[in-house]
Write a protein of this length. Structure first.
Length: 124
């Protein structure tokens, strides 16, 4: 995994590389407070990479696999939506709360979907 530093003027390679503990075929990566959360889409595994401490930590598994699902951060929590389950798009949304260290099933999306992305937009 490689890291880049972004500013208003440029995107620069940070020269840092991190070797993941095992290979990943499909993954979603989100960041909260300088901690990268790496979510395996083809399994239920999740790890975190604390950039300040330079350490990996295995987190609790999700309830379901979310192959080609979408991930985003909202209010300090990670949301993993949809994806393929048993080769069919699904409506499942899971939420990880870093404060409790637990996944929960939350309100499903309206339509089953896979191969999609998620983004959080804060409007003021």
């Amino acid at each position: 995994m490689e890291c880049y530093m972004c500013s208003e003027d440029a995107v620069e390679y940070s020269v840092e590389q991190f070797l993941l503990p095992e290979s990943i075929q499909f993954a979603q990566i989100v960041v909260i407070n300088y901690i990268f959360y790496i979510i395996w889409e083809d399994s239920k595994k999740v790890i975190s990479l604390n950039l300040k401490k330079r350490t990996f930590c295995r987190l609790p598994d999700m309830f379901y696999r979310h192959i080609h699902g979408g991930a985003t951060v909202l209010n300090g929590k990670i949301y993993m939506t949809g994806g393929l389950q048993e080769n069919k798009p699904n409506r499942t949304t899971e939420c990880y709360d870093p404060n409790t260290g637990a996944w929960s099933i939350v309100r499903s999306v309206r339509h089953a979907r896979a191969a999609h992305g998620c983004v959080t937009i804060q409007m003021t």
